[in-house]
Design a binder for this molecule. Structure first.
Ligand SMILES: Cc1cc2nc3c(=O)[nH]c(=O)nc-3n(C[C@H](O)[C@H](O)[C@H](O)COP(=O)(O)OP(=O)(O)OC[C@H]3O[C@@H](n4cnc5c(N)ncnc54)[C@H](O)[C@@H]3O)c2cc1C
Length: 342
């Protein structure tokens, strides 16, 4: 019989689990129920007892490594902590969120345990054996994998499961001792881009896509790139949405055309860009051509604002299309959002 371990880690507060970790908890509980297998949740946090309180109702065995050494992401301490949790749980299947923190250490931990790892898992299935899904070739080919090797580590893509939520309660947590190696790395602090510069937010509820129309000549014969930038940033600021772009818009920089300074190729959505998993998407000044829309594969609720009534969005690629000028529409939307805040 399989034994399932879900690895979870705290956010920067050190006492609350990350959303991606809570999604992995849901995946673990669902898999355990399907296989009638025991499930353990292993927590890595500065204050694991508080972080574990939300898991009290899961019925899972709770293991934790706690302390200042685990407040920061660092390979040596995180790998030692995950290894200790895995050894204590004796798990055959280890699920972990594909966060930057765990992505960095999971393969090393799998190697230390003589196991095998698969990454970018989007679904778990099977009742007799464990089957996992992942996409290849820019999300065009979906593969279903199963393996005999154990322990089998599976890194889950964010946004593929509902985050586990429950009222916090006192949880029974077993502390696991970790033999720390000699530590050569000291985390002295963070240097993060300003809030407005950090426009790619995988955890955001909504994706806002800017298309090349924002920097094209408008009906008055002029380009309004500065105004476009203000409207887009104003919306992002008010909603904390993630910013995506069409390829044409991010390519313009190299072609000497007006650019929005906060956009890079990292923002590009589509066949040769990203395929994010936000619940909702709003496309603006973008034509909705297939190579772009293929990047919206996982976005269920889609809206678009376009001047062109024959654009791709109107051809069945969006749920709602507003045939309108995005400049006044977004100005009005931003004003309404501001008024709501006040
Ligand atoms: C191999 C290959 C791979 C590709 N990969 C990608 C990819 O990964 N991602 C991607 O995005 N594209 C990709 N493309 C390019 C794609 O085919 C399109 O060229 C691109 O998506 C067009 O971008 P756009 O819609 O922003 O620009 P445009 O086609 O220039 O459309 C601009 C739109 O803005 C509208 N507009 C203008 N002003 C306003 C206004 N004031 N209000 C409302 N609407 C307005 C116009 O009506 C127009 O519909 C790829 C192409 C190829 C050949």
């Amino acid at each position: 019989m399989e034994t399932i371990l879900v690895l979870a880690h705290a956010d920067e507060t050190g006492s609350a689990l990350t959303r991606a970790s809570l999604e992995a908890v849901t995946a673990g509980l669902e898999l355990a129920a399907r296989l009638s297998a025991p499930v353990t949740i292993g927590i890595l946090a500065a204050d694991a007892a508080t972080a574990a309180s939300v898991l009290a109702s899961t019925g899972a065995r709770l293991l934790a490594v706690s302390g200042e050494a685990f407040a920061q992401a660092r390979y040596a301490t995180d790998a030692a902590a995950c290894e200790a949790l895995c050894r204590a749980a004796q798990a055959t299947i280890v699920l972990a969120p594909g966060t930057s923190r765990f992505t960095r250490v999971a393969a090393g931990v799998a190697h230390r345990l003589g196991g095998f790892i698969d990454t970018h898992i989007t679904a778990l299935s099977g009742t007799e054996t464990v089957e996992v899904s992942r996409w290849f070739y820019r999300q065009r080919v979906e593969a279903v994998l199963s393996r005999d090797a154990r322990p089998w580590f599976l890194l889950l893509d964010a946004g593929t499961h509902v985050a586990f939520a429950a009222e916090p309660a006192t949880a029974q947590v077993e502390q696991v001792a970790v033999q720390l190696p000699e530590i050569h790395t000291t985390v002295s602090g963070f240097r993060a881009p300003a809030e407005d510069a950090q426009t790619i937010r995988p955890d955001a509820k909504m994706l806002f896509v800017a298309g090349a129309g924002w920097t094209k000549k408008q009906p008055d014969g002029q380009i309004h790139a500065a105004e476009a930038g203000e409207l887009i940033l104003g919306f992002l600021h008010a909603t904390s949405s993630s910013l995506g772009s069409s390829k044409s818009l991010v390519d313009q920089g190299g072609e000497g055309e007006p650019v929005l300074p906060f956009l890079t190729h990292m923002n590009q959505i589509g066949q040769t860009g990203a395929t994010p998993r936000h619940a909702k998407g709003l496309s603006t000044c973008c034509h909705g051509e297939e190579p772009h829309v293929v990047g919206w594969r996982f976005i269920a609720d889609r809206r678009a604002i376009s001047l062109d009534p024959n654009c791709g969005w109107t051809r069945g690629k969006a749920d709602v299309v507003y045939i309108a000028d995005a400049f006044p529409v977004m100005a009005k939307v931003n004003a309404l959002l501001e008024a709501k805040k006040a």
